[in-house]
Design a protein around this ligand. Structure first.
Ligand code: ARG
Length: 574
């Protein structure tokens, strides 16, 4: 495919003697394409060339050598050089590339030989899987696929919260009232009830709390009864989580949660001790982070037990050694930003090569608020993810009943649309923004939603079913030079860069916004132009364009979700 930025940068290098790599980074895409497809801000070179931007622009324009079958026009506006690419070349290069590579269009090799560890989803055992974990699951899953498409080896880790005093409390509650609850059939709800009840008792009776602490110690020491119960709670919870993962289509490479590190924390403590920075504070052991303007990081509590942070430190050691990662990413809500800042700072004391500690990245996201009020466990109006997904499915079914009562497989389609809509909603906006969860918005088929993209994808598909796809070599590219076609081509061309940007910023919404934009460009094209029944050369050229849209919409949508959901979410006909 013609690399326009590089072509332009190489040509400017010849005139200015400035390295083309540097120049390439300066090249911009004007927001208003009537000002050119690319623009070069000459003021960036003013200092180095000791000339006014306007003069630099004129000199480049006068001396640049570019093939005008690639760049057809250059204009100077202010200190900018605006360059217009040859639209025929654009059409040719985009269509040929997509027809040649098909579903591999956009795939890259920049990540070859590098590993990215992504810690995401990570719900807590014996507690409900809530909407925040959904966000982590969806954003983490999308990043996983984006990096993979760029050639990285990706490791998806579900750092399950399966350790800590809450288990000791659960064990105590279960010991007392286990037979009153139907844990086998409804594990999370029933365990939650036990947890609430024992917590109340602990508040009233200090000696019960003491019992719980003993249980925790026993658990840590490998006591048979406690370990057996812990194992049971864990596997029952995981089974429940699997239901949600199945609906979402999420897959992980590892379920090593917090408990996995129980025997690996001693080394962390030894290393921190050896660093001389581990200090006593009110009976606890902490690493002070005054210099970094942060509260101390608690490593050992005054009762001797380790913390969430200690386990994260052990996980860093383990992951560096096991995966030799280039980057380790953590996807959680911004509520944990301080936790990760502290942990990443303390990790520098573990004696690891700095390539590991310099590349720990927290990817925070905003909170989700329900339109009906805020979510809180204490107020008892927590929204369980399974219920939410089921509601999405039943609401979609209602819409489908209204829109297309004749449709076969309504249930299947409703599942694909409903789940797809909820997933897409989590990816649609800049991840750091708080979000209001609003059904009408999520399921709006004409809004910036998952169903809208699915709808456009299905349109491309049904047109392609009506006529055979011509050979790309045989089409007349002159027939695709109208505004709407060119806008589609420009979008299709951007795909590779969009994927790189999404990875650079760890921001899957860059890809989702792109898919919305591509869908709108396609829709504008489709509303303006006939396809089937047009003169053959026009029909064929337009079919090729639609095929290209179909491929990129499909590939892009697949990347936004996990592996086996792919076949679930796409391919719907409404
Ligand atoms: N279990 C935690 C929670 O639900 C998230 C864990 C995130 N990952 C980590 N390595 N700390 O809040």
């Amino acid at each position: 495919m013609t690399d326009y930025k590089k072509t332009i940068a190489d040509a400017i290098e010849k005139v200015t003697d400035i390295d083309s790599q540097v120049l390439e980074d300066y090249i911009e895409i004007p927001p208003d394409r009537t000002l050119g497809d690319y623009s070069f801000p000459c003021f960036k070179l003013a200092r180095e060339l000791k000339k006014a931007p306007q003069m630099i622009a004129q000199e480049i324009k006068d001396n640049i050598e570019v093939d005008n079958s690639i760049i057809e026009k250059i204009e100077i506006v202010g200190g900018y050089l605006n360059l217009y690419i040859n639209k025929k070349d654009l059409v040719n290069t985009v269509l040929r590339e997509i027809h040649k590579k098909k579903e591999d269009y956009g795939k890259q090799t920049i990540g070859n030989g590098q590993t990215i560890v992504i810690d995401y989803s990570s719900p807590n055992i014996a507690k409900p899987f809530h909407i925040g974990h959904l966000r982590s699951t969806v954003i983490g899953g999308a990043l996983y696929n984006i990096y993979k498409f760029l050639g990285y080896k990706t490791i998806g880790i579900n750092h399950i919260g399966d350790y800590g005093t809450q288990f000791a409390k659960l064990i105590e509650g279960y010991k007392r009232w286990g037979n009153e609850y139907d844990i086998k059939n409804n594990p999370i709800d029933e365990l939650t009830k036990i947890y609430v009840r024992i917590n109340e008792l602990c508040k009233e009776d200090e000696s019960v709390l003491e019992e719980c602490r003993n249980n925790f110690k026993k658990l840590e020491d490998g006591d048979e009864y406690c370990t057996k119960l812990w194992n049971e709670f864990r596997s029952l919870s995981l089974k429940e989580f699997e239901k949600v993962y199945d609906l979402l289509g999420s897959k992980f490479d590892s379920f090593n949660g917090e408990a996995f590190y129980s025997d690996k924390m001693r080394e962390v403590i030894e290393k921190l001790d050896a660093s001389g920075k581990l200090v006593e504070s009110e009976g606890a052991k902490v690493i002070k982070l005054d210099e970094q303007n942060m509260a101390p990081c608690l490593i050992i509590k005054s009762n001797g037990s380790t913390t969430y942070a200690t386990r994260d430190l052990a996980a860093i050691l383990y992951r560096a050694r096991t995966y030799d990662y280039t980057k380790a990413i953590y996807v959680t809500s911004y509520e944990q930003s301080l936790h990760f800042k502290q942990v990443f700072e303390v990790a520098k004391l573990l004696g690891l090569d700095s390539k590991y500690t310099d590349n720990l990245i927290h990817v925070p996201f905003g909170m989700i608020h329900l339109k009906t009020g805020k979510m809180s466990t204490r107020e008892g109006n927590v929204v369980k993810l399974e219920d939410l997904l089921n509601e999405a499915i039943s609401r979609s079914k209602e819409i489908i009943e209204n829109k297309n009562p004749e449709l076969e497989n309504k249930d299947d389609v409703a599942r694909k649309v409903g789940v797809g809509a909820v997933i897409f909603n989590d990816l649609a906006n800049n991840r750091i923004k708080d979000e209001i969860f609003d059904w009408n918005q999520i399921l709006n088929f004409n809004g910036e939603t998952g169903p809208y993209i699915q709808y456009m994808y299905v349109r491309t598909k049904s047109i392609l079913e009506k006529a055979p796809l011509p050979q790309i070599e045989e089409i007349d590219t002159e027939k695709l030079l109208d505004n709407e076609s060119i806008q589609v081509m420009q979008k299709l061309y951007e795909f590779e860069q969009i994927l790189r940007d999404a990875a650079d910023k760890n921001e899957p919404s860059i890809l989702s916004r792109y898919l919305i934009d591509l869908s709108s460009c396609f829709s504008a094209f489709y509303n303006e132009h006939h396809i089937i029944g047009e003169e053959v050369s026009i029909q064929n050229a337009r079919l090729c364009l639609i095929y290209a849209c179909n491929i990129v919409l499909k590939t892009g949508a697949r990347i936004t979700r996990d592996k086996h959901a792919r076949k679930n979410v796409i391919n719907v006909a409404i």
